[in-house]
Write a protein that binds this ligand. Sequence first.
Ligand SMILES: Cc1cc2nc3c(=O)[nH]c(=O)nc-3n(C[C@H](O)[C@H](O)[C@H](O)COP(=O)(O)OP(=O)(O)OC[C@H]3O[C@@H](n4cnc5c(N)ncnc54)[C@H](O)[C@@H]3O)c2cc1C
Length: 491
Amino acid sequence: MNKKVIVIGAGFAGLSSAACLAKDGYDVTILEKNESVGGRARQFKAAGFTFDMGPSWYWMPDVFENFYNKFGYTTSDLYDLQRLDPAYKVHFGENDHVDIPANFDELVDLFESIEQGSGQNLKKFLDQAEYKYQVGINDLVYKPSKSLTEFFDWRIVSGVFKMDLFKSISSEIRKLFKNPKLIELLEFPVLFLGAKPQNTPALYSLMNYADLKLGTWYPKGGMHKIVEAMEKIAREQGVKIETGVEIDRFEYNNGTITSAISGSDRYDADAFVGAGDYHHIEQKLVDKKYRNYSEDYWDKRTMAPSSLLFYIGVDKKLKNLNHHNLFFDEDFTVHAQEIYDDPKWPSKPLFYVCAPSITDETVAPKGKENLFILIPTAPDLEDTEEMRERYYKIVMDRLEKLTKQKIDESVVYKKSYAHKDFKNDYHAFKGNAYGLANTLKQTAILKPSMHSKKLKNLLFTGQLTVPGPGVPPSLISGQVVAKEVAKSLKQ
Ligand SMILES: Cc1cc2nc3c(=O)[nH]c(=O)nc-3n(C[C@H](O)[C@H](O)[C@H](O)COP(=O)(O)OP(=O)(O)OC[C@H]3O[C@@H](n4cnc5c(N)ncnc54)[C@H](O)[C@@H]3O)c2cc1C
């Protein structure tokens, strides 16, 4: 009889861990509270439009490719992946925007046209970032971070200073670049990591390498193609997936979990993987005496931001927009302060618009545009319909002004999504969107542990544990936890 593993949650981390465990011969079942899989990357269709609900940036294609290779696939067997060129557009103000080209020589020229000498500095900066990416993404992030000794490897120890763990990315960027636009461009990828550039180790310039060298990609049909590919792989490996099953608690025997309970249903297994939000699984499902952390510990964590999102269908084609558009026409520092230092609804928010129908005719009816608007906000804010509407108006006015066209009058579909929805749909702690921020004090062994310290057969995966938030890290987190589960079942 194969040993049984229950995975709670069918986001990227849950699907990834389940597929790896099933490949290793375990009898794996995923239990997912929502009616469809994908977690924060679910998709919905309305009024002829197809909306990706969460992630829209496809970075680090090598991480996806490595995952698929394990199961005998290459990315092109699963979906049609295109590199976007330009990668994205940044609006700095009226009549003031730049397109980020995919070609690196053109990018160097663009930097040079904004600040003399910055082209050479960009090359220098990205050479260092490449080293961090090679060591970081190919090595460090695949460690379970149980103890510091995992990192006592010659490449890491000898390169520790080159990894720039103890400098902030903000200061490193400012040493090489003076122009505020270039600084914003290079600091923007850090927003994916959920912390202010001043509090993010310069190690994470590896994100700049991912952005500017490896490129921005898009799977035709939308980001949900990744979910579909992973679900297909998991099922082919024999994973059973039950949706609409919410786990409420566990039963225990002698320092182990025996069953996960959903209402009157019981799911017995030899090991359990918590692939839903870590805080929810351990604070709400695990008995107090078996928890790793206290509510106070969680309260002191720096959470990554939440977001106010709008999914919008427009009854005409729009101009002056790319697939990805960043609106940096207000002060980045003030908005960051209102997310992290003095949490409140932002006074003048920066925002992001994804218009996938610019490159993909399958996500909107002919002649119409599909828009996804994201405003990063502090977690744990009071989220009301009035507030959402107020921000819709602010952002729509700016979008119309900066892209020089009427949009609102042609909106035929509109749905908002924010803190309350993150809590209801995913049990997100404080309504976070992207999990736990990657600050120095929340990196590697300082993140909430993958292992339960008190229950031998409970492990955690996903964006609140190692390696951190984002689609590629969640995919990696699932692969790492699968190995840890296998080790614990062999003991
Ligand atoms: C708006 C938004 C934009 C983003 N943009 C990007 C981007 O462009 N690029 C990028 O790389 N990343 C992006 N991210 C981050 C990325 O989407 C996440 O880091 C990743 O999807 C998290 O995956 P996960 O498996 O850890 O968690 P989740 O996706 O949250 O999956 C956890 C699953 O567990 C289920 N669950 C929870 N509790 C229970 C329970 N008790 N019983 C059963 N099931 C349960 C939940 O329903 C959920 O399906 C974005 C995220 C958001 C929200």
